[in-house]
Design a protein around this ligand. Sequence first.
Ligand code: GAL
Length: 747
Amino acid sequence: MKPFKIVKALFFLFLIGQASFKAVAQNGNAVYLKEAKFSIGNDNAWADSAFNDLNWKNIKVGDVWQEQGYPDYHGFAWYRIHVIIPSSLKKQSVWGDSLRIFLAHVNDVDETYLNGKKIGKTGSYPQDAGGYVSKWPAIRSYHVAANDQAIKWDQDNVIAVKVYDGGGSGGIFMGQPYIDMLEKFDGISFEQTAVKFLPKQQAERSLNLENKFNTTVSGKLHFKVINELNKKTVLEKNTNITLTPLSHKTYALQFPQLEGIRLIYEFTENETGKTKTITEIAPYLLTPAPSQKPEFNGASVLGVHPGSPVIYKIAASGKKPFKYRLQNLPKGLAFDQEKGLITGVAPQQGEYHVNIVISNKLGTAKAILKIKSGKQLALTPPMGWNSWNCWGLTVSDAKVRSSANAMINKGLVDYGWTYINIDDGWQAPVREKNGDIVANEKFPDMKGLGSFLHQQGLKFGIYSSPGTTTCGGYMGSLNHEAQDATTYNYWGVDYLKYDLCSYSNQIAGDTSLLAQQKPYMLMRDKLAQQPRDIIYSLCQYGIKDVWKWGRQMNGNLWRTTEDITDTWQSLRGIGFSQINNAAYAGPSGWNDPDMLIVGQVGWGENLHQTHLTPYEQYTHMSLWCMLSAPLLIGCDMDKLDDFTLNLLKNREVIALDQDELGKQAERLINEKNIQVWVKPLSDGSKAIGIFNLADDYSGYNLDLEKVKINKASIVRDVWQQKNISKNTKRIVCNIPPHGVRLYRITS
Ligand code: GAL
């Protein structure tokens, strides 16, 4: 099962993957499989090449059936693809060993036959032992020995595909199927491992070359480093390589750790002379190493409801252990020195200023935390992690716990990252007899999980839909809103993402605003009855300008667009379209352009390093902070690499997002490919982001008057955390492709 929207979005990922050869390569001579005969239902006799399918309908191979006028049918269906397999394919092949039948992806499970002979299966049917397992993210590439009698050279062949769709969309999709002959070259894949940052501005990437075939392959690896600014080659290296059957080798390659470095890896196979290439922008670090002295990195305000339980972890970096001194802690709250944790019961309505002093052997940091006890929560945008962009529907208790541990152990909590949010996929298929919602077998103890998070100062987030089912096909809250809110309270939930999904069926035909608001009002009222603070995240993709009424729903954040994916198109489309909603964002109600797409992402299986370049990732984080967007990391926390951690642990960049004033940046300049966004900050300074949307470096000369600043007494580069000029009326910069320069200007 998979949400239909996601599937469409993932099509982009596939295209990108093709461009950098990550998907299956295709040899020069290929026969495309464009059309098939199609029938819903199931009969194993349909695998037979002799079966008469003349009366079957025609279908295009490569697009889900729902997109071709077929009804939204879920269950079994068969494709019968008729194809003449020319013997010229075999003759022209150098290796001549095997025929490849490439079927791209299948929603959700398939069993594939060539002239009645089974040649592959991916996923498992409901009837199979172990039950239904969708494998739509897996690429289907089935191989048949060239001398296999099943292949009828130069004659009509039938490739019969028995498909099972378990929900959402169905069929062969996300790519153009074909047949061709495999070359040894096709068995080679290469993958980069995480970059190691070395002293003296050097970095090292290891490249893992793998031979997936049972034959020896030899060739040459050509590694090239280019300076993007002057297009000059910085260094080059050639290595001869022989990979024995089913073996792999790892090569460590070094390069300068600087902005503007492109790495090119080329493998040329000896027999065919064919070359595979991967190219990437080398990761480089902008955030300087943190001080060993204590530094307070938390927001300066905390909103609570009087009488609610409080868990607040002081976010501070520096050499541990710390000694804390807290003054003026309101009655009802206590402080745990060991954990740096304020807990207890929120005081009666009012504003309380707590003086915090954090010290270690090297120094002291002072801060004032304003606890505002009243009606508003989320006085600054929530920061944390959500399971969706990495684990999709495969999220489990173990994955959530290890993400929480990583949040602590990798020091993210020291920068204010605290929410641990389970997205879709935790719910059991049926409720208890009394109607209570229960978690599925992947989450044996929700209350225990909540306590585990709270003990470490983390917050617990959960997900549901106002409809009968969620977008992933799991149990929704329809007609059980009060019960679910009560259960969330019992489990210790601090955050609810409420996703419209199947509720659209409830209001089909009713285009009124009220129809859209009703489910959110209902859950709002049920949450308000709970004796704890639960952040309310509205997820309905921006329908009816939700930013104009999200606050009336007590929404603390509301998604403004469809789902994000890890491509520049998606990031650009979503991030830079947040131009008419700034007036509606502010303390307690934030526009949500969706979660962060950095690190290892993948929506379920086969996680991959984000397809965004380092420049794009700096843009992503900068723009989200400028937009006062909720910051929810969406990657596998256990695999967080040093680049991503450096990106996520910049206290000055985060401070823009968490600024107490809570003003969303506005776009004041939009010229060709340059956009200048400005965000007023609580101390009277302004943050300026100059973004380059072009595919090349762009120089830009910003006259500060154009963004309503007469003079800057200090211009500070917040990524590098250093002042770059004083007493000036302009900023001159050169910005990398899809990149950013981010400044804080004090007048
Ligand atoms: C989508 C939502 C995603 C994720 C998914 C779960 O509608 O936008 O963020 O929650 O559903 O199925």
